[in-house]
Design a protein around this ligand. Sequence first.
Ligand code: SF4
Ligand code: SF4
Length: 188
Amino acid sequence: MGRVPRFECLFCELCCYFEDPVEMPTVFPKEKRLLEELAEERGVSLEFEPLLVFRDGEGRCAVALYRWVIRGFCPFFDRGTRRCTIHGSKPLACRMYPLLLEVNTGRLMVSGKCEWVRRMGRRLIERLNAQPQLIPRVFPAEFDAARAAFLEAASALEYAEKHGLKRVDSVEGCSEVYDFDDYVTRFG
Ligand code: SF4
Ligand code: SF4
């Protein structure tokens, strides 16, 4: 297979600054709740939008994934040290970066915006596209996070299919809205 580089974050602050909604982190309900607790302790407010929503036959909705809406720098980013101040608690989307996961399909991609990836040059991306089995060697910890996110999303999708929940675009018109895990606990 030949030698492959191993990812080393350059702590360049690029990936903790957001403008485009599609680049904002996606978080599972339990991650959202943890972030809200941490934000409360620090006196900051956070904003989330439902992203992956299912509706049951009674009109109740369950949110399996949220977009964490961050405008500018993440409130947990310390610009002085260029470090995440909640490193041990940060969501899977942050842990997997520069890997990007399309939860619906399980497709894994490497972000060309990451400074380390850019410095490695186009050939690395081309090689990983041709040999995706190398991704865990280049990004071992990030791959583990992406796998955990994939399993979490797959389990929600499987539950929804098994219980006849329909995917909807938003929570508009829902009679009640629950976090997905809460919905499962309440309604089995
Ligand atoms: S939680 Fe940490 S890693 Fe994620 S965007 Fe915020 S500062 Fe960056
Ligand atoms: S853009 Fe890449 S190298 Fe820079 S801080 Fe983010 S993960 Fe690290």
